[in-house]
Design a protein around this ligand. Sequence first.
Ligand code: BGP
Length: 482
Amino acid sequence: MVLPKGFRWGGAVAANQVEGAWREGGRGPAVSDVSTYKPKADPKEYALHHQNTVASITAALADDDVQFYPKRRGIDFYHRYPEDLALFAEMGFTTLRVSIAWTRLYPTGEELEPLAEGIAHYKALFTEMRRLNIEPLVTLSHYDPPMALALKHNGWVDRRMIELFERFARTCFTEFGDLVDMWLTFNEIDGIIRHPFTSGGIIEETVEGNLEQACYTALHHQFVASASVTKMLREISPGAQMGCMLTMLTTYPNTCHPDDVAATQAKDRMLYLCTDVQAGGAYPRLALTALEQRGVSIPFVDGDAELLAEHPVDFISFSYYMSMTESVRPDAERTPGNTVLGVKNPFLDSSEWGWQIDPVGLRISLIDLYDRYGKPLFIVENGLGMRDDLTDDGQIHDPYRIDYFRAHFEQMIQAVDEGVELMGYVSWAPIDLISASSSQISKRYGFIYVDMDDLGHGSMDRFRKDSFFWYQKVIATNGADL
Ligand code: BGP
């Protein structure tokens, strides 16, 4: 079993979780800037700030604090990227997934011209990556819509967002097109249904009517925006490729009771809605019926259906961290997963954060997606968030992380062996960063340790973990030596 020559290896990060420098270069606020971390000792204050109401957002924006809002400081990748890229190159990365902060180019999302400083920053970043032979895979929107658009238009609920996103994308394609050949439009596009504020800048309090309707309206606008900029990319950079990005929430029936199987089938139908639209070019009929029965309609305007049908993505990318099960029993034991609650699988172990570790689920996911769409796949997030200890002599022994990756790579290679066309694998994340869901850095994913605690104390110095050397060997042997 061998991976094809040229198989891409690397890591993935997102601007709002690594860059920091939230006020530099004219950058405008993004929804991620009000994402809070507070030690559990003060749950009341935490809850208050976590509401994402207009009042709490306004108060947060007037507050300069970076301790309480860790995504504002990230890991200072904005300044330290040369050092970090050198470490990635040392591991042998051929690809790095990064995202562009929309508000570094358009601070409120509505300016007519982009900021020169933002463009210069990303040009320098991509140029340095190319110099190190690291190919950029770039996400246009990764959980950081401009805050101004959230407050003014309620984010993606408003169809005007499409035009503003097109302007942003056009700037990216024209300015960075000679350095970037692989793009993704929206990170985990399905996420808008589960966390409307983070993904879509939707402030629940100001939604008129049904929240689920607002979320599907916003999702439709993102689909249209995605197809429209896919069309644009083909005109501007004919050789470039566009991918969609799905949260792969692989679900098994908790038992072989037919009701559990039927419930899993219904869940899967909604899971694949996004890839059916973005890769298949149309909404799946039964999912539409299910939505209609819940009073949700899709706000098609003339030309949308044709646009979606004519401009599907070139490849399908996804995040995969764990699997879960589905049960119709109301008392079934629940367990947390990636932005969802699932039913516990008795055959699997869990991470410290309760995410159930399932390497075989990665193979199942690859085969399912490839069977369904027949398009090239790209694993653009996979990894294990754990606490790590830095020893006095600057080492981090993380055999649990090596075990996790080894088991997942075995299954990935098996899927390729079974015929799945896989463009590459980039881990989440090659370096410790601020966690999306908890805003903690102590939920560490990296092969590289960042010396900082959840309150921002520490030197921010980088240290190679044991897994760093292991991944280096894996890449050097193209997965032959695990
Ligand atoms: C995905 C997101 C990432 C990332 C990852 C891990 O859903 O695309 O941004 O952070 O999950 O999640 P967390 O940081 O919550 O552990």
